[in-house]
Write a protein that binds this ligand. Structure first.
Ligand code: ADE
Length: 229
């Protein structure tokens, strides 16, 4: 079973509409749509915004649906200078930028227990989804995506994420899904379409472009489902 998680309705509704043989279950306040698309068994959920919602949803997919691969889709603020609205960022690795035990001598983003900052995405899923985005003619950057329970909307926050984590894009869920997957030995990848520049204009830009960007990420994941083994 392949799990697909988005935070908001705009990030998953287009996918749910394409599925066949759907059964729906509500677990921990989240609706899970299990069914088929392109001959693949998938479970899709709108987790809600932020790291805790995403973690609960990923863990439920693993325990209740035996998901052995999880794909996180949706929108992000672009940090790499080449990224424009509608482009794609595909994570090679993810980090929780708001994890901070630096007063205890740890590096920024260090996750005690996993004992590292960066969690590697599955190489095969990552290259497949990035190839699918490029084949659709969408400019795609592969790199580090960071997550935190903050909407990034100041140039100061933006510069910090670039300097400290070398991040290509910022969002609010991918790394917590990576964290859960790593704890469970489950493969994962993160695909984000750019809705804003994670800067002082991002609040306005996000409102204007979120739906267009989310539709791009759905288009890419649909192509991936056609090709995935
Ligand atoms: N998702 C889309 N844009 C974002 C931003 N600027 N910060 C955090 N998450 C986002």
């Amino acid at each position: 079973m392949i799990g697909i998680i988005g935070a908001m309705a705009s990030e998953v509704d287009g996918l749910k509409a394409l599925m066949g043989n759907v059964t729906v279950r509500k677990i921990s306040s989240v609706e899970f749509f299990a069914g088929e698309l392109s001959g693949k068994k998938i479970v899709v959920a709108e987790a809600g915004v932020g790291k805790v919602n995403a973690a609960v949803t990923a863990q439920t997919m693993i325990l209740e649906y035996e998901a052995d691969r999880i794909i996180n889709i949706g929108v992000a603020g672009g940090l790499d200078p080449s990224l424009e609205i509608g482009d794609a960022a595909v994570a090679e690795r993810v980090a929780e930028h708001d994890m901070d035990t630096t007063p205890l001598g740890d590096e920024p983003g260090f996750i005690t227990g996993l004992d590292k900052v960066y969690m590697d995405c599955d190489a095969e899923l990552t290259s497949l989804i990035a190839d699918c985005a490029e084949e659709l003619g969408i400019h795609t950057v592969r790199g580090t995506i960071v997550s935190g329970d903050q909407f990034i909307c100041t140039n100061e926050q933006r510069e910090k994420l670039i300097k400290v984590f070398g991040a290509a894009a910022a969002e609010m869920e991918g790394a917590s899904i990576g964290h859960v997957c790593e704890m469970n030995g489950v493969k994962f990848c993160v695909l984000r379409a750019i809705s804003d520049g994670a800067n002082s204009e991002s609040t306005m830009t996000f409102k204007e472009f979120e739906k267009i960007a989310a539709a791009n990420s759905i288009k890419i994941v649909c192509r991936m489902l056609e090709r995935i083994k």
